[in-house]
Structure formats: structure tokens, C-alpha cells
Design a protein around this ligand. Structure first.
Ligand SMILES: Cc1ncc(COP(=O)(O)O)c(C=O)c1O
Length: 201
């Protein structure tokens, strides 16, 4: 834990606007291009009187609806409050001190932090032409007998999207020690992102 660096969120908007002397619009914090889904505002407003109660914890209806939509069973749907929570859950589930996790460089930083917080060693593989290098990831995972490969697809920050055949070859090449965590449409584990991104998965 001593090696973990604190997260630096960067300057706040008022500070940035002061610095540049003009009104700015922030576009690097998962801002959504779309308004809320139809009916969402009304559904949230209808629940406001009960926000003092502990929230629903089984998510039965939600899990059943998602499972129907993507053609699986509700017991395979694990909702969470944001994908950060799921990333932490996956790290706790699969990683112990001394294990190896493999990720890309650069990519979303929480994968490395969540793995390191579990005491795992993190190996990172450089992107190739701003794209996730699946072949190199599989090679690194096999060499290190990695427990987890974290893949961000589309990759943050480059936005590259993997092809189906890249995924298939990659999943076939993984060592049997390995769980891969992804939010791609062809998952072994699927983390669906909130906001606009979930519309495309
Ligand atoms: C690749 C990636 N995954 C997950 C998250 C966190 O998302 P959430 O708000 O769903 O926890 C971010 C936030 O920037 C991200 O870039």
C-alpha cells in the first residue's frame, strides 16, 4: 500500500477558468453526448421520497431484464455502482499478494491501482499504433502465468476498438491461470460502462 500514489484529480473548473480567463466546457470526465434515456428523469423523481431508505439490494428485476436483453441468465449479471466498484471486486476475487496482472500502457489507471492494492505485481504492455496489442498481452500473460489481464475496449485514452477476431484469438491464447476483465461485447467478464458507452454494448 505504501507504493500506491494518491489519485490526482487535476484542477477544478473554477481554477481552470481563472487560469484561461474564459468559460470552459469540460470534456475529459465521461461527459455524455446524450440526454437521459426517455422516462429516466420521471423514474428518478418518483423514487425521491424514499431516498432515506437503504437501496434495493438484490436487483432482481434489473438483472432479469439485462439477462433477457443479452441472452444469458440473471445469476450471471452483477450490478454495481459504477464500473470502478466492479474493477475492485474483480481484483479482490482473483488477485492475491504475489500474483501477476497484465495491462496495457497507457490505459485506464485504475486497473493497475486496484491490482497493486491487492499486492499483485502489474506488468504493462505498450500499445501498438495506439491500439491494444493483444498478441503481446497474451504472450506476457502466459510468460508470467498472470491471473488477470485488464483490457479497456475502447481503450481509454486512445479510443481504439478491438475487432472480434482479435478477441477470439486472444481468449484462445490465454493461459488457464487467467481471467480477463473487459467491457467488450465478447466477454469472459463483461463490465458495462455507465453513461453513453453502455448504449453501444
Ligand atoms: C475505462 C474506464 N473504466 C471505468 C471508469 C469508471 O467508470 P464508473 O464511473 O462507471 O465507475 C472510467 C472512468 O473514467 C474509465 O475510463
Amino acid at each position: 500500500m505504501h507504493d500506491l500514489q494518491p489519485y490526482e484529480p487535476g484542477p477544478r473548473m473554477p481554477e481552470l477558468e481563472r487560469r484561461y480567463g474564459r468559460a470552459l466546457v469540460r470534456l475529459n470526465r465521461n461527459e455524455d453526448l446524450f440526454p437521459p434515456f426517455p422516462g429516466m428523469r420521471e423514474a428518478v423523481e418518483a423514487e425521491l421520497p424514499s431516498v432515506w431508505m437503504y437501496p434495493e439490494e438484490s436487483y432482481d428485476e434489473f438483472r432479469a431484464a439485462v439477462a433477457r436483453r443479452i441472452g444469458t441468465t440473471p445469476d450471471r449479471i452483477v450490478p454495481a455502482h459504477g464500473s470502478q466498484a466492479l474493477i475492485g471486486t474483480l481484483a479482490s476475487l482473483f488477485l492475491d499478494p504475489g500474483d501477476v496482472a497484465v495491462t496495457s500502457r497507457p490505459t485506464y489507471g485504475l486497473y493497475a491501482k486496484a491490482s497493486a492494492a491487492r499486492g499483485a505485481t502489474v506488468e504493462s504492455v505498450r500499445l501498438r499504433n495506439h491500439r491494444v496489442d493483444f498478441e503481446a498481452l497474451a504472450t506476457a500473460a502466459a510468460a508470467a502465468r498472470a491471473k488477470v489481464v485488464w483490457i479497456c475496449d475502447p481503450n481509454n485514452p486512445t479510443g481504439s476498438l478491438a475487432h472480434r477476431d482479435e478477441w477470439e484469438t486472444f481468449l484462445d491464447a490465454l493461459p488457464e491461470t487467467c481471467a480477463s476483465a473487459t467491457r467488450s461485447p465478447i466477454p469472459s467478464w463483461l463490465i458495462t460502462w455507465t453513461s453513453s458507452r453502455s448504449r453501444s454494448t
